[in-house]
Design a protein around this ligand. Structure first.
Ligand SMILES: Nc1ncnc2c1ncn2[C@@H]1O[C@H](COP(=O)(O)OP(=O)(O)OP(=O)(O)O)[C@@H](O)[C@H]1O
Length: 253
C-alpha cells in the first residue's frame, strides 16, 4: 500500500514518529520538513541518492544535533535529549564502517554495550545470550581487531543489541560485502527482528535487500520525502525511478 510518511501518527502501533523535522547546516537544508512513522516490530527502510540526508536523519533521531520539529519515541518526546539518554531509552545504532574497540575481546565488547545500556548495571546472562545469538562462543576471547569484516559488522550489531534497544538503526550494513555475506547479514537482521523482537530501521543502497527485508520503504531526496510505502510499489514509482533508481533499474526489475 502506498502511503505518505506525512501520515505520521496514523499507524496501529507507532514506536517512532518523526514529525515535520527540518535541519539546516548554515544555508544548506539537509532535512526538509520530513515526517514518517515507524511501527513497533517493523523493518523500516530508508533510501535515496548520496547527500539526500539519510545519515543526518539518523543523527537527529539519536540526538547529535538540535533541529526544528519533533521526534517521539515510545510515547515520549525525545527532541533535545542527549545522545546517551536516547540510547538508554532504547534507540541503538550502527555505522557504515564497523566501529569496534580493536584490542577488546568479543566478550568485553558485548559487556561494554550491556553496561552502557543498563547505566552501569551488568547482566552477564544477557551478555552470554548475545554471544550465543552471534554464534561467537568459540571466539569470545579473540580481540575484535582480528575479526573479518562480516565478523566486525555482526559484533557491532551485537554490542548495540547488548544495550537492550527497542529500535536498532543500521547504516548501510551491506556496504563492502559480497553476495554470500549479504545473504548471511539479511538472515541475521531478520533474526534480530523476529527472535529478539527489535524494531529495525535500515539505510541501504541495495534495493534488492530493501525490497526483500523491509515492510515499509521511505525514499528521500534533498532532505524531503519522495514517497513512502510498500517497498515493491515504491521502487516502481516514476518519481523514485527519476530521482534515484534510474531507467536501467526499472527495465531490469
Ligand atoms: N555536519 C555537517 N555539516 C555541514 N553539512 C553537513 C553535515 N552533515 C551533513 N551535511 C550535508 O547535509 C547533506 C546531507 O548529508 P547526509 O550525510 O545526511 O546524506 P546521506 O543521504 O546520508 O548521503 P550518503 O548516501 O552519501 O551517505 C549533504 O549535503 C551533506 O554535505
Amino acid at each position: 500500500m502506498m502511503t505518505s510518511g506525512k501520515d505520521a501518527g496514523h499507524g496501529a502501533n507507532p514506536i517512532l514518529k518523526v514529525d515535520h523535522v527540518t535541519k539546516k547546516f548554515g544555508e544548506l537544508v539537509a532535512v526538509n520538513d520530513l515526517s514518517f512513522t515507524v511501527e513497533k516490530g517493523q523493518i523500516f527502510g530508508i533510501a535515496g541518492p548520496n547527500g539526500a540526508g539519510k545519515s543526518t536523519v539518523y543523527n537527529l533521531i539519536t540526538g547529535f544535533y538540535p533541529f526544528d520539529g519533533r521526534i517521539e519515541f515510545d510515547g515520549r518526546t525525545i527532541s533535545g535529549l542527549q545522545p546517551h539518554r536516547i540510547a538508554q531509552l532504547g534507540i541503538s545504532r550502527t555505522f557504515q564502517i564497523p566501529q569496534t574497540f580493536p584490542s577488546l575481546t568479543v566478550e568485553k565488547s558485548i559487556s561494554v554495550g550491556n553496561r552502557f545500556g543498563a547505566q552501569g548495571r551488568f547482566d552477564p546472562a544477557y551478555v552470554e545470550e548475545i554471544i550465543r545469538f552471534l554464534d561467537m562462543q568459540a571466539i569470545r576471547h579473540q580481540p575484535t581487531g582480528q575479526l573479518n569484516l562480516l565478523g566486525k559488522k555482526k559484533l557491532m550489531m551485537g554490542a548495540a543489541l547488548a544495550t537492550r534497544p527497542k529500535i536498532l538503526m543500521l547504516d548501510e550494513p551491506m556496504a563492502g560485502s559480497n553476495a554470500n555475506e549479504i545473504k548471511d547479514l539479511m538472515a541475521f537482521i531478520r533474526r534480530i527482528n523476529t527472535d529478539m523482537g527489535v524494531t529495525i530501521i535500515i539505510i541501504e543502497h541495495f534495493m534488492k535487500v530493501l525490497t526483500e527485508l523491509t515492510e515499509t520503504l521511505l525514499i528521500i531526496e534533498t532532505g524531503g520525502e519522495i514517497c513512502c510505502g510498500d517497498p515493491v510499489a515504491v521502487t516502481c514509482d516514476p518519481r523514485v525511478i527519476e530521482c534515484y533508481l534510474g531507467d536501467a533499474y526499472a527495465e531490469g526489475s
